[in-house]
Design a protein around this ligand. Structure first.
Ligand SMILES: NC(=O)CC[C@H](N)C(=O)O
Length: 373
């Protein structure tokens, strides 16, 4: 393997040195860290990572290569990839290739560098920020020039990205076994596992583009409506918020995940804000405030909903409450309507490669659809 020099340049001027990994060239995005020890293929193909450079804290990435089954979407979605040490050999019975070649084939620029721990500590202190990876010829330019490029790139705050990753055509994921429900799922960057988890429970899932209006959604005649995860700043999602308000006005049961939770919050009249460095990984402790039960859960969010933690509050759709909180930082991780069928979570019950503590939320969605039939 030939090694080309590569630089990771942060918008605050900090520079890390390493060697190129994946495609050679340059890429810009918001740099964030992910603490997952497994599931790198699912992370890389999660559309919520659009325009983000993902740095892995796990020191050895690529051991099991890539395969034809684990992708969450049709391609690698991250803007760039930072690892400490790439596996030199991919070894797994399902592997169809190495991660390095998959990144190269899809033109994803990455860097392998010894400083991932220092980088993570820096981002924890200073927050997620804009960055660039420059490898090969691109790394030869003066650092001041590279820094200027990073500083001229767009910020994640204010970014409207869901439409860029959404399907443009509606498609249907058939129920597995007997059909019990029709679900209209708005694709704001949906992961393949989400409709699959619903299909396993007898849902026929109509996946609609991010531009779907309330009328488009209700035209499916759904038993329940779902809003997916997705990239970008929820404060920009005017279209989806308006569509969801129309759905809630109609009284149709609702379930939302991640971006869907943020849009639900906005539809209820709450605001959203950017977290300093967000939650990205697979071992975040989330507590269900009704039962006290704690789920270890997968996360990928840089924004959060601002909501009162001290009890129910009024919304245009009756009373609501914060149903789940993150025990690390008290961040709002779930919302629930008390007078109508509707709830959402900020984390990932569909998570592949797990953990699966929260998959029961898909059963809860089926229960509220059953209850409203
Ligand atoms: N995974 C998601 O849906 C992320 C939602 C939003 N883009 C955030 O960063 O918070």
């Amino acid at each position: 393997m030939t090694q080309t020099p590569a630089l990771l340049v942060l918008e605050d001027g900090r520079v890390f040195h390493g060697v190129g990994y994946g495609a050679e060239g340059e890429t810009l995005g918001e740099i964030v860290f992910n603490t997952g020890m497994t599931g790198y293929q699912e992370t890389l193909t999660d559309p919520s990572y659009a325009r983000q450079i993902v740095a892995m804290t796990a020191p050895h990435i690529g051991n099991t290569g890539v395969n034809g089954e684990d992708a969450e979407s049709a391609r690698i979605q991250v803007a760039g990839y930072v690892v400490r040490e790439p596996a030199r050999v991919a070894s797994n019975w399902r592997a169809t290739g190495s991660l390095g070649s998959a990144l190269r084939e899809q033109g994803v620029v990455g860097i392998a560098m010894p400083g991932t721990r220092a980088l993570t500590r820096h981002l924890r202190d200073r927050g997620a920020m804009r960055a660039g990876i420059f490898s090969g010829d691109a790394a030869a330019a003066p650092e001041a020039e590279l820094l200027a490029k990073v500083q001229a790139s767009p910020a994640m705050e204010g970014a409207d990205l869901a439409r860029e990753v959404s399907t443009t055509e509606t498609y249907v994921v058939p129920a597995i076994g007997e059909k019990r429900f029709t679900v209209a799922a708005v694709d704001l960057g949906i992961k393949a596992m989400t409709p699959h988890r619903m299909a396993e429970r007898g849902c026929e899932v109509h996946v609609l583009p991010a531009t779907a209006t309330a009328a488009d959604i209700l035209a499916v005649n759904p038993d329940g409506v779902f809003f997916s995860n997705g990239p970008g700043d929820p404060a920009t999602a005017e279209g989806p918020v308006a569509a969801l308000r129309g759905v809630l006005d109609a009284g149709t049961p609702f379930f939302g995940i991640c971006f869907g939770n943020q849009i639900f919050g906005r539809a209820l009249g709450l605001g959203t804000y950017k977290l300093r460095f967000g939650h990205r990984g697979i071992n975040q402790p989330v507590q269900d405030r009704t039962t006290g039960k704690v789920d270890v859960s997968a996360h990928n969010h840089g924004f959060a909903v601002k909501a009162p933690l001290d009890g129910p509050f009024d919304t245009p759709y009756g009373r609501a409450e914060v149903s789940h909180v993150n025990l690390n930082d008290d961040c709002v991780e779930g919302l629930r309507l008390l007078d109508r069928p509707g709830f959402s979570v900020q984390y990932h019950p569909e998570a592949a490669a797990g953990p699966h503590d929260a998959t029961g939320l898909f059963d809860r969605f089926c229960e509220i659809m059953e209850g409203s039939k």
